[in-house]
Design a protein around this ligand. Sequence first.
Ligand SMILES: Cc1ncc(COP(=O)(O)O)c(C=O)c1O
Length: 384
Amino acid sequence: MQFSISISTPEEVIPPETWERVLNFLARTDRRTPYLLIDERRLRENCRRIGRGIKNSRGFYAMKANPDPKVVRVVADEGLGFEIASEGELDVLKSIGLTAERIISSNPVKSPEFIRDAYSYGVRLFAFDSAEELEKIQALAPECRVYVRLSVPNEGSEWPLSKKFGVEPPEAVALLKEAQRRGLKPVGITFHVGSQCRNIYNWSTALSKVFTVWRQVEKEGIQLKILNIGGGYPIRYTKEVVEIEEIEAVINQTVFSQFPAHIEVHLEPGRAVIGDAGVFITRVIGKAKRADENWLYLDVGVFNGLMESIGGIRYSFVVGSRARPKKWTIAGPSCDSFDVIARDVYLPEPNIGDIVVIPSAGAYTISYASEFNGFPIPETVLLE
Ligand SMILES: Cc1ncc(COP(=O)(O)O)c(C=O)c1O
């Protein structure tokens, strides 16, 4: 079948080999939609790209992006560690027998139950950004290694994360000293430039800020070792993004010209590991003309997978029709008027029942999904 897309060619956003494998799969299946198809080979390639351009680096997959056990097994097999925030995420890792030494938690505010559970499993590396969190960690995970979350600019990221967490340099210095006073081991600094970060300068700005704190605490007799640069690597949704290799060249250059050579760099990408390895296979369930707007209704919407569409992520849509493109408003299946996933999308008109493929849907889709209004959470299918 010939496909058309809301951008020029599927290959603009989907790696060509992935697209070919998706088409082959569609040709031999009549599986009920919606489902999330994961290209295992692309997932493995993504895992291997992470940190390749940064010396002394170690990748920890941010499991919140997609905690499906099938995905987690592949990521673990590729040798990455995991960044987790909850007992639920830890349970998945326990179920595959992942050793605690490969797990860190960068959520600066953790539930006491989670800290206790992670500590008893053997996790020893936790982030914090307040005295209250230090008090909890001291009580429930004594003598652990801790790293402070710094607040950094999130300009140019499509999913900013700066407001909820992070402290400014003077407070970071005070907190690292406080950690030491409490018998914990202050070992590093972390930040997050914002998810789907399209501004390469965010990393350099953040690193300068980290450097100020690093030098300051060094003067106070605290020798840090770990620089955790968080996540934020972008993927293609509808447009070009700066490539991981380019970002890592900037990071590597900045880090190793400023920080001590023995530094260990931790990365915790989520989106860049699983995002473009996943495509949603959905179907048109209805169409309508309302005033002068053309509406297309799919079996996946805001509530059962495409939550990020209401927060700034613009997906592409691929249909099997070659008709002249029309302008569409695309909505999900629920009765809620919030359930609109895209506006002003140019697409050839599909029929009810036709398949619509949504590329780059591997991250922050199923992990956010609910069964609101009785619509099922799409199943995840691994394309081996
Ligand atoms: C602490 C932390 N680390 C890593 C990530 C992963 O970020 P991304 O998916 O943008 O790579 C997130 C995302 O929210 C996060 O909160």
